[in-house]
Design a protein around this ligand. Structure first.
Ligand SMILES: [Zn+2]
Length: 450
């Protein structure tokens, strides 16, 4: 090592020759960042995933996820400054979004969304702090800042929900906040005015379609497509193929438009509306009036749709559905409507899957479970299989479900198998817990003394 030149201003010691010695300031941050980048690059270059245990690999994935969120947070904050100072201008770029898209390799639309989120982000706010801690992914920031800009009072509740819920659930929660904070009729009219259907051709010759429709019209069209997609799927199975859902939907649309559809036009949409909002004619914060799978609509639209045979309306009270008005006559249809309204996505916390959900008896019929709303839940096929065959348990109730893994020694048998030792005892516990959620029937249910 060369001896220190006494004439030069003293620099703090850098034992590894790289680290910036003092806390980062505006001047040292870029140097600190290049240092970190260089170290990270070395870590990734030398990463030997084959030598990691499965659990260590999981930890590494979690660490890289945090790093990614932190990097995205830093990029968002710095991009806001580039936008504000217009330092992107003067080059080949038409806008800050075009510059950012070139920088990130992402689409211009996505870059514009990021800049919008950066502008909506209030410095020093709870969202700002969560972002800087690395608690929020970019899509989460986009959703939360948009909703908080519409209703600043919603921030705490939204941030609390971020950790436990899927992005899809957060998106719906944010959409609800924005809907309650904006003039629904004006927003609906704006969407209606912007309705369109466009086509173009990709460089490889693919025919592409893109459209804009109001949520209720979109939901009705999509419900019809899903009806026909079921027919497409069973045709395919008979022929020994299993096309993905999106391919079935494309075939269904083709058949419907070209007049080759084989399914009966029975598609109905489901609307979830709070009783008070329906009475009043407008939605207040915390209430909802929305088309299942499509989004909020003005109460007026639901009132008009109520006259049509294609609508099922579920009147909700909190997370449970207390009343269902359905034009079908059978109890099954009423229950189904209530369930779809209550469980728009798979009820397993964090899942958020909304495609081809299956209805599950929380307490199996064989264990005395009943076909009634509080004993039914919608699960995606993956979680339904886990519950039915792999010993997973759904506990709790509407609005507060818990997904419990099987005990380690659980024999993987049919859940109704009373000979299954621990399993049978566990099933009885679930049954007792579910019974505790019901209205007490003193003659039949004994509660343990407190
Ligand atoms: Zn699921």
């Amino acid at each position: 090592m060369a001896p220190r030149d006494p004439e030069r201003p003293t620099e703090p010691a850098r034992p590894d020759g790289l680290a910036v010695p003092t806390g980062p300031t505006e001047a040292t941050q870029p140097a600190l960042l290049s240092d970190l980048t260089e170290r990270l690059r070395r870590v990734v270059e030398e990463l030997a995933p084959d030598r990691l245990s499965g659990d260590d690999a999981k930890r590494v994935v979690a660490q890289f996820s945090t790093l990614e969120r932190l990097a995205q947070a830093g990029r968002l904050l710095a991009a806001r400054r580039v936008d504000a100072t217009q330092s992107w201008a003067g080059g080949a770029h038409r806008s800050a979004a075009h510059w950012l898209a070139a920088e990130t390799g992402d689409s211009v639309g996505s870059a514009a969304g990021l800049l919008r989120a950066a502008q909506d982000l209030v410095a020093g706010s709870a969202t700002d702090r969560a972002l800087r801690r690395g608690d929020l992914s970019l899509p989460q920031v986009r959703e939360v800042t948009g909703a908080v800009a519409a209703d600043p009072g919603s921030e705490q509740a939204l941030l609390q929900g971020v950790g436990g819920s899927s992005l899809q659930a957060l998106r719906e929660q944010c959409r609800r906040v924005r809907a309650a904070a904006t003039d629904q009729r004006a927003a609906y009219a704006r969407i209606h005015r912007s309705r369109c259907l466009r086509r173009w051709t990709d460089p490889d010759g693919t025919f592409r379609l893109d459209g804009r429709l109001t949520p209720d019209v979109g939901a009705r069209i999509w419900a019809r497509i899903e009806d026909e997609a079921r027919a497409v799927r069973s045709d395919a199975r008979r022929a020994g193929t299993h096309p993905p859902d999106r391919a079935c939907a494309a075939d269904a649309l083709t058949r419907l438009v070209l007049g080759d559809a084989v399914s009966a036009p029975r598609a109905s949409i489901i609307v979830r509306v709070d009783a008070a909002a329906y009475q009043r004619g407008s939605v207040r914060p915390g209430e909802r009036c929305e088309v299942d799978g499509a989004g909020p609509v003005p109460v007026d639209v639901v009132r008009q749709l109520a006259a049509q045979a294609s609508l099922s309306a579920a009147v909700a009270d909190g997370s449970d559905v207390t009343a269902v008005s359905h034009l079908g006559r059978t109890i099954n249809a009423r229950l189904r409507t209530a369930l779809v309204a209550r469980d728009p996505v798979c009820v397993v916390p964090g899942c958020g899957n909304r495609r081809y959900l299956e209805i599950d008896h929380v307490v199996p019929l064989a264990l005395g479970g009943r076909t009634e709303l509080r004993n039914l839940a919608r699960l995606c096929s993956f979680h339904h299989r886990q519950k039915t065959f792999e010993g997973f348990t759904l506990a709790g109730g509407p609005g507060d479900w818990h997904w419990l893994p099987p005990p380690l020694d659980l024999p993987r048998t049919d859940p109704g198998d009373e000979t299954g030792g621990d399993h049978a005892e566990r099933a009885r516990r679930i049954l007792r817990r579910a019974a505790g959620n019901r209205q007490p029937r003193p003659s039949r249910i004994r509660r343990p003394p407190p």
